[in-house]
Design a binder for this molecule. Structure first.
Ligand SMILES: Nc1ncnc2c1ncn2[C@@H]1O[C@H](COP(=O)(O)OP(=O)(O)OP(=O)(O)O)[C@@H](O)[C@H]1O
Ligand SMILES: [Mg+2]
Length: 351
């Protein structure tokens, strides 16, 4: 059974409108971004049935490989495109691929071309997308690029692509937000779980909600969630991992004084916030009172720590608060319990 996609009406409307424009020959770029598990791929799946009649959907994905697959997402399309582009993709010759892609997309039918997870794109893919983005307005195409914005680094060629895309004649930014309490309640309905606890644990990240509901154990964090949290931790530098591990042994929240005593390098705090490993409150007063209801977690000692959704991972709120003052507290990540559940052990660092 397919679960309903909640609180995504605005995003779906934007995507369908862009596809309708493509049918009229006016192409556009849609940048769909957000943290892991926020529901980017779910939106991609959902638009398939909403596209205007006669629009074809082409989907290619980038993969997290240590040796990137050159033109990987375009090669995914080989069976769905005409012989000229298929041959060019087989040859792997970039100029040929670009020319053939343009020729393919100029022809009817209109296309919804989705490239998933471009934060992992190889350089040839990025170049090809830049080439396409510059011509998109004249094509019957909606080009949908999805990416995790907390995995972008400044020096990637991808930054140039996103810069180009942002200046395209027709561009839409979609950054789906975490689910609200009522939406989480709806997803939890029918399970044995307490909706408020699931909301507190997941902070509305749809992936974590769905994993908690699927495991429906209540007292244990699903291993998939543990892996995802540790995956985020391991993407920090070793020095920053040490600091987050140190903060993680503090049971729930930590005030500024203690934080300053424990941590001298606040770039670690900013990096951890950017990776979604801890929360720095937007309004410290509101946050403090919100924290008091969370201080005694009854479900498990683990709570999914939340990054600011308003900054889209680009400018850690920590920095702003450090510069502007007004900070009162932060919530560190509570790492999953050891198998015995008796104490928290720092996870092994990835080599
Ligand atoms: N709006 C939503 N309403 C209900 N459930 C959702 C929603 N969005 C996503 N989910 C659930 O969350 C899970 C994760 O979503 P999805 O795979 O789309 O995230 P993602 O942003 O593509 O993550 P990643 O960056 O890891 O690829 C889905 O399998 C789905 O069960
Ligand atoms: Mg995805």
């Amino acid at each position: 059974m397919t679960r309903p996609l909640l609180e995504r009406d605005r995003e779906l409307t934007t995507l369908v409108d862009a596809a309708r424009e493509a049918v009229r020959g006016i192409g556009s770029v849609v940048l769909l971004h957000g943290e892991a598990g926020i529901g980017k791929s779910s939106l991609v799946s959902a638009i398939r049935s909403e596209l205007p009649d006669g629009t074809r959907m082409l989907v290619g994905s980038c993969d997290p490989l240590s040796t990137p697959r050159t033109l990987g997402p375009f090669r995914d399309l080989t069976d769905a495109v005409g012989p000229r582009l298929a041959q060019a993709l087989q040859s792997g010759e970039r100029d040929q691929v670009m020319d053939a892609l343009l020729a393919e997309l100029r022809q009817p039918p209109p296309s919804a071309l989705v490239i998933e997870d471009v934060h992992w794109a190889d350089e040839a893919t990025v170049d090809t997308l830049r080439f396409l983005v510059r011509r998109i307005a004249q094509l019957p195409v909606v080009l949908l690029l999805t990416y995790r914005d907390d995995e972008l680094s400044r020096d990637q060629p991808l930054t140039q692509l996103l810069g180009d895309a942002s200046h395209a004649e027709q561009v839409h930014h979609l950054s789906p937000q975490r689910l609200t309490g009522p939406a989480v309640r709806q997803l939890v309905a029918g399970s044995s779980l307490d909706a408020d606890e699931v909301f507190a644990l997941s902070d509305g990240n749809p992936y974590f909600v769905s994993e908690l509901v699927a495991s429906a154990v209540g007292s244990n964090v699903p291993p998939t969630v543990v892996d995802a949290v540790l995956g985020r931790l391991r993407r920090l530098s070793p020095a920053h991992q040490d600091i987050v591990e140190l903060l993680a042994v503090v049971p729930s929240s930590i005030d500024r004084q203690l934080l300053d005593a424990l941590v001298s390098d606040h770039s670690a705090t900013a990096a951890a916030e950017q990776r979604g490993l801890l929360t720095v409150p937007c309004n410290p007063d509101t946050w403090s009172s919100a924290m008091s209801s969370l201080d005694e977690p009854s479900l498990t000692p683990f709570r999914w720590p939340v990054a600011s959704s308003s900054t889209h991972g680009c400018w850690p709120r920590w920095k702003g608060l450090t510069l502007g003052g007004g900070f009162k507290g932060t919530r560190p990540p509570l790492l999953p319990p050891t198998p015995a559940g008796s104490s928290i052990t720092p996870p092994k660092r990835a080599t």
